[in-house]
Design a protein around this ligand. Structure first.
Ligand code: ZN
Ligand code: ZN
Length: 260
């Protein structure tokens, strides 16, 4: 499979995944014109996208969905518990929106989801398995528990939220209520939480970890990377050998990862 994040962060999220038979998007939180350009650079004509998988209805994940749907009319998948909220957002109710509440097969991909603890109608992490390997995306969650590790067991590549540096958030100038929301059980994972998950993920076979959904104001790629690096070192796990860690960002596409 091939995987690339086109943007990842508090201001917009979109990733593209290609298997032998499927070309899919995970969220569209970016302008259509940029998406079209990025897809062509990836090697996919936008009209060849088979489906869009939505994690949840926050605008950083769906801001470009309406314009994409109007132009290309592709199937949109969303979890049943998030369907009504998404449908209420004007346009989607009339469209090819499919809801699911259990694992299913889409073309050559087995799709399963993980419920993220987040302040949306419903937010899910996705796992895509093509029979040879698997990729998971897990962002927008306030709780890092062992269920996350069970979910990614056997995945070669995982996109994991590493949203904020705890100290930067505490000392920053966000209103107290917003600080509470971000660091709360229905908020976002901190670098420290992500770093602890990184250790456990390596133990269950994850080979490449992409730290993503970084806050623009309360994090930096360097802070996110070094927090996880330090935690791996502490646990005698060699970054670059036992697991490779990359940070994916808001303004730049990631490299194209080939996962086998
Ligand atoms: Zn969200
Ligand atoms: Zn988000």
């Amino acid at each position: 499979m091939k995987f690339q994040t086109l943007c990842s962060g508090s201001k917009g999220n979109c990733a593209v995944l290609q298997s032998e038979q499927s070309k899919i998007l995970i969220d569209i939180g970016m302008p259509l014109s940029v998406l079209e350009k990025d897809l062509l650079a990836f090697g996919i004509r936008p009209e060849k996208i088979d489906a869009v998988f939505i994690t949840h209805e926050h605008s950083d994940h769906i801001s470009g969905l309406e314009s994409f749907s109007k132009k290309y009319d592709k199937q949109v998948f969303v979890h049943k518990k998030g369907f009504l909220t998404l449908a209420k957002k004007s346009y989607y109710a009339n469209h090819k929106i499919t809801h699911f509440d259990k694992p299913f097969v889409f073309k050559d991909l087995s799709v399963s989801t993980f419920e993220c603890s987040h302040d949306s109608a419903y937010c899910c992490g996705y796992r895509f398995d093509d029979g040879k390997t698997a990729i998971a995306t897990i962002t927008d969650l306030g709780v890092a528990d062992s269920f996350v590790i069970d979910f990614v067991k056997g995945c070669k590549l995982v996109l994991l939220e590493s949203n904020h540096d705890e100290e930067t958030l505490i000392n920053g100038d966000y209103p107290a209520i917003l600080k509470k929301r971000i660091s709360g059980l229905k908020g976002h994972l901190s670098n420290a939480q992500a770093s602890r998950l990184a250790v456990e993920m390596q133990k269950v076979g994850v080979k490449r970890l992409l730290l993503g959904h970084l806050s623009q104001n309360n994090n930096s790629p360097e802070l996110a990377f070094y927090e996880t690096l330090q935690m791996l070192n502490k646990n005698n796990i060699r970054e670059g050998v036992d697991i490779v860690v990359d940070v994916v960002t808001q303004d730049k596409k990631s490299e194209v990862y080939h996962v086998e």
